[in-house]
Design a protein around this ligand. Structure first.
Ligand code: ADP
Ligand code: MG
Ligand code: ZN
Length: 477
């Protein structure tokens, strides 16, 4: 029996405002517990929320960037539940009238472009945090995060594989970063996602029973958790069993999901319009103003790089998928105008070195100008492409510029015919057997001779010249 996977994501993005959504408290991360608080976000009786206008602006930006309809009138609602990190006993969110609806974004997986629907985007406040003591049976409440503005982005169940889900998540991450409305930090929880997943027999229209996965704090984890859940649900269904609708927690240490709560324990939130907050009415002028102020978006930047520089789909997609990386690329491009070569270097050397060090582009020791200088040295023949890789690794470690590394390590390319010929003579006399074999027709041995010469020059021989001189010397006699 074959199954089809169905996935829908709920993404929470913390908005990059200076102050909270309904009070003037700072949203700064990492402050001493309960210092970024006031009677409003502590949920004291008798206080009244005052809406932060920037939150609405950011939500509109996101809606416009994801092809949503902006509801000119929308409204906050109370989502009622008890939890120690929620002092009011309700979270201010949006329910029946969210700010944005019916949007879509495009993702590319396996060279196919696919449109994924956005059901809605709504604004809400974040809750506080519980910190559980590692040793004592004690938990602490930190309300610094209470009232931090969030948007929740709910997708249609349009995703058909963990890979598509990861691509969609990356796409939305890129968009919030381009719009500069969220810092995108998944480790700190500024950008987080819950994934709903179900399986159905291929060809069946009705969706199967879904589970909801929580606690995934990286793109990799999201994909891994979903892949695990596909296998788990498939095993149950193949066994003739039934998937239980429940919330599961992903454990990145054991690579499995664990039950958190089942449907029976699910909340009934008793939503109702918040009487403390009037409906939000958005004017056409405001929407027009925001529309013209939107920056270039990831897919637009991608098309531009493909059209103007001839980059491949893949290269352009990866480079523009991360705003910082795309900025890095375009800054380097100012001083080194071969876009294809630059992209190639970034896709291979730079990304590999970053991955090995588990670094983000923002932590990279090599500046865009530094990379431009290095590639210029290769083009000018000062160093070979192979040596450039060594130099680059050294630059990544020490932060020194290319010129300094090349000088310190004496890596300038050898292009002097006389010097090289002398070494070639030495090699020929030191390897008479190989020379005879080569001259007898075993021309594959050329590689051996080139290797010898590279060893002698510590990789510094100009490769073209080396090949040319060796061929001449070997063929002549
Ligand atoms: P809830 O409010 O209980 O989380 P929603 O109906 O708002 O439920 O759906 C939340 C998410 O679950 C949406 O992204 C939606 O696309 C997705 N979803 C709904 N039904 C299914 C299903 N059967 N399989 C996978 N995803 C689903
Ligand atoms: Mg949900
Ligand atoms: Zn406050």
């Amino acid at each position: 029996m074959e199954f089809e996977t169905v996935i829908g994501l709920e993404i929470h993005a913390q908005l990059k405002t200076n102050t909270k959504i309904f009070c003037g408290c700072s949203t700064e991360f990492g402050k001493p517990p309960n210092t970024n608080t006031c009677p409003v976000c502590l949920g004291m009786p008798g206080v009244l929320p005052v809406l932060n206008r920037t939150v609405v602006e950011y939500a509109i930006r996101m809606g416009l960037a994801t092809n949503c309809e902006i509801n000119r009138t929308n409204q906050f609602a109370r989502k009622n539940y008890f939890y120690p990190d929620l002092p009011k006993g309700y979270q201010i969110s949006q329910f029946e009238l969210p700010i944005c609806e019916h949007g879509w974004v495009e993702i590319t997986v396996d060279d196919t472009i696919k449109r994924i629907g956005l059901t809605r985007i709504h604004m809400e406040e974040d809750a506080g945090k519980l910190i559980h003591d590692d040793h004592e049976p004690v938990s602490y409440v930190d309300l610094n995060r209470t009232g931090t503005p969030l948007i929740e982005i709910v997708s249609e169940p349009d995703l058909r594989s963990p890979e598509e889900a990861a691509a969609y998540l990356r796409k939305l991450h890129a968009i919030v970063r381009y719009l500069d409305i969220c810092d995108g930090n998944m480790q700190e929880g500024s950008f987080r996602c819950d994934a709903n997943i179900s399986l159905r027999p291929k060809g069946q229209e009705a969706f199967g029973t879904r589970t909801e996965l929580k606690n995934m704090n990286s793109f990799r984890n999201v994909q891994k958790a979903l892949e695990y859940e596909v296998r788990r649900q498939r095993d149950i269904l193949l066994d003739g069993g039934k998937v239980v609708q429940q919330t599961l927690l992903w454990d990145p240490d054991t690579n499995r999901t664990n039950a958190m709560r089942s449907k029976e324990e699910a909340h009934d939130y008793r939503y109702f319009p918040d009487p403390d907050l009037v409906p939000i009415v958005i004017s056409e002028e405001w929407i027009n103003e925001i529309t013209v102020s939107l920056p270039e978006l990831p897919h637009q930047r991608k098309s531009r790089l493909i059209e103007t520089l001839g980059l491949s789909e893949d290269d352009a997609g990866i480079i523009t998928g991360d705003r910082e990386l795309a900025d890095y690329f375009e800054t380097a491009l100012v001083r080194y105008d071969n876009g294809k070569k630059l992209a190639n270097w970034i896709m291979t050397e730079l990304l590999r070195e970053l991955k090995e060090r588990d670094q983000e582009i923002s932590q990279c020791q090599v500046t865009p100008d530094g990379l431009a200088e290095l590639l210029t040295m290769v083009d000018k023949g000062t160093i070979s492409g192979k040596i450039a890789k060594t130099v680059f690794q050294e630059m990544m470690v020490s932060g020194k510029d290319a010129g300094t590394v090349v000088k310190e390590k004496n890596l300038v390319q050898m292009s002097d015919e006389g010097d090289l010929l002398k070494m070639i003579d030495e090699i020929i006399s030191a390897n008479p057997d190989q020379v005879t074999e080569y001259r007898g027709g075993k021309t594959k041995l050329m590689g051996f001779f080139v290797g010898q010469l590279m060893q002698k020059t510590k990789g510094r021989a100009n490769p073209q010249l080396a090949n040319q001189l060796l061929a001449k010397a070997l063929d002549n006699k």
